[in-house]
Ligand binder design. Structure first.
Ligand SMILES: Cc1cc2nc3c(=O)[nH]c(=O)nc-3n(C[C@H](O)[C@H](O)[C@H](O)COP(=O)(O)OP(=O)(O)OC[C@H]3O[C@@H](n4cnc5c(N)ncnc54)[C@H](O)[C@@H]3O)c2cc1C
Length: 510
């Protein structure tokens, strides 16, 4: 018997036949991703129910040297979905471990397992009348909160930098040991989810965007529902408004006047989102599958959906008087600096699917934007996500690179700029293509690589990447790559945990 078959047989005894999936039909589904480089067929999908089962699985895969690929809910749209980096791995899917272990109303935190989805936590807060708001990404309500933390995902409330607002993890290491980070290391700890740093080295970061362990619990902070909440919807007509906007928004973010993951969105991305929602799906023929509308059509679409060339969504939270004062400050600053910039009133926001979605996301209601990826037919979509300093100069440079590269490969630029702390912004650039059209897919693949090369060449690293780009990017990082591999040897000498994740793979060193 091949080692993989023996390993799967033994794993079946641990999880039970129902929770080890090997049928070609299921595997084909898990092989599918949306990225340009192609599908990746796993050997099996395993769904453990507990830490103890994970420990038993690790013993087996270490013995037979079978690599496993960990995921929580597998909704990693645009970065690889539920796929591993290489074919033939066993997907370890932690969906069944889906307990909300604690929500502390007084101290504003939660502790969850990997299978807890945004939908589930939101529902829990609603059902129990808990006056706390959580953060959300915009892809899918069925994504995992913990998975979004381990990917250092970005959201739209004041808690948008998910990893920044996480607090305490439980991790199963490759040798089966269970590590609790932060103050969780102390038996009987009373501060695991309230004090991030613990005692001694801070380890949590090692288990994000990495393959050093399997995270089985994560704590994170929730925000008290504010007495007043005001979404700001600002339509900017001029193509260069985005550069002026970042200059105005930087001090407003740095001073925490605008505290949330506010974003400036290009009209093509905003139209993509608009097309997700039932009532406005019919706009597709007007826009064209490759945004190949003419300027008259675009003018009409902008008018119908209250959109500008660039669209700013931010929000204010706090006592009503503070919100009123801050609103005045923001309005004056933006309208003074940006010609043809308009604040939409509540009725206009409510009439536009795009602005309605923004309003929800900024108060932590999960969205389902995933549908927009189906725009081009056979779901081909990839995100390229370089980080930029929040200045006119850097944003101009990044947009120029994207526009030049996209135009070289025959695509149209569409993006969203999420302002993090006011210092950095995530430039989330959307690449849409038809995966069934091999010529177009090849162009998309080249385009992605060239984008990363061009950004890295001038000093802009992405905050994460699709699964196939890890090695390409990690090789640009010199000694950092060596240290990551040294750590891999310490944590996982048999290289069985998600080899290739973020370009860390002991096989590559041979
Ligand atoms: C239209 C659209 C909009 C999107 N919007 C956003 C957005 O606003 N913000 C954002 O951040 N992302 C966004 N995404 C990307 C993605 O969908 C989300 O990041 C999503 O949360 C990832 O899926 P998941 O949470 O189910 O994680 P998973 O798919 O379960 O995990 C993702 C990766 O994290 C690691 N991982 C997961 N769980 C563990 C674990 N327990 N232990 C160790 N490693 C683990 C693995 O490497 C895994 O491959 C968007 C995608 C699309 C297509």
């Amino acid at each position: 018997m091949e080692p993989i078959d023996q390993a799967l047989k033994n794993i079946e005894e641990v999880v039970g036949g129902e929770y080890i999936l090997t049928s070609p039909k299921v595997l084909k589904k898990y092989a599918l991703n949306m990225i340009a480089s192609g599908n990746i067929l796993p050997a099996a999908v395993v769904r453990p129910a507990s830490v103890e089962e994970i420990q038993a699985i690790l013993k087996i895969v270490n013995e037979y040297r079978v690599p496993i690929w960990t995921l929580s809910c597998g909704q990693n749209h645009g970065y690889g979905l539920a796929c591993a980096t290489k074919p033939g791995m066993v997907i370890l899917e932690l969906k069944r471990m889906n307990r909300i272990l604690e929500v502390n109303v007084d101290l504003g935190y939660a502790l969850v397992e990997p299978g807890v989805t945004f939908r589930q936590l939101y529902q829990y807060l609603q059902d129990n009348n808990i006056p706390l708001w959580m953060d959300v990404p915009s892809a899918s309500p069925d994504a995992s909160y913990l998975g979004n933390i381990t990917e250092r995902g970005a959201g739209y409330t004041p808690l948008g930098e998910k990893f920044l607002f996480s607090c305490g993890m439980e991790v199963v290491l490759a040798n089966g040991q269970v590590l609790r980070t932060g103050t969780g290391a102390l038996p009987g700890t009373k501060t695991w989810q309230i004090f991030k740093w613990g005692y001694g080295p801070y380890l949590d970061g090692l288990f994000t965007s990495s393959n050093f362990g399997i995270v089985t619990k994560a704590g994170f902070w929730l925000m008290p529902k504010p007495p007043a909440y005001e979404p700001l919807a600002v339509v900017m007509e001029e193509p260069d408004a985005v550069y002026r906007a970042v200059e105005v928004l930087r001090p407003l973010k740095l001073n925490m006047v605008i505290p949330n993951g506010a974003c400036v969105t290009h009209v093509r991305k905003a139209l993509g989102l608009t097309a997700c929602w039932g009532e406005s799906k019919n706009i597709l023929p007007r826009v064209g599958r490759r945004f190949d509308y003419d300027s008259e059509v675009l003018k009409g679409l902008k008018k119908d959906y209250s959109l500008g060339e660039w669209n700013f969504a931010g929000a204010l939270y706090g006592p009503p008087e503070t919100v009123r004062t801050y609103r005045k400050i923001v309005e004056e600053a933006l309208t003074r600096a940006i010609p043809k910039c308009r604040f939409l009133d509540a009725a206009e926001q409510a009439a536009s699917p795009y602005w309605r979605a923004r309003e929800k996301a900024m108060r932590g209601e999960p969205l389902a934007e995933f549908d927009m990826s189906g725009w081009v037919g056979k779901v081909g979509a990839e995100w390229i996500s370089p980080v930029a300093p929040v200045t006119n100069e850097h944003v101009q440079r990044q947009i120029r690179i994207a526009e030049e590269t996209y135009s070289k490969y025959g695509f149209h630029y569409a993006a969203e700029l999420i302002l993090g702390t006011g210092r950095d912004l995530h430039h989330i650039i959307w690449l849409l293509f038809d995966r069934n059209d091999l010529e177009e897919r090849g162009r998309a693949d080249q385009c992605v690589r060239e984008m990363y090369d061009r950004y890295c060449d001038v000093g802009y690293l992405p905050y994460r990447s699709s699964i196939d780009m890890g090695d390409h990017l990690m090789r640009k990082l010199g000694h950092f790559r060596d240290v990551c591999h040294d750590l891999k040897r310490v944590f996982d000498p048999n290289n069985i945990l998600s080899p290739g994740k973020s370009g860390v793979d002991l096989e590559d060193l041979k």
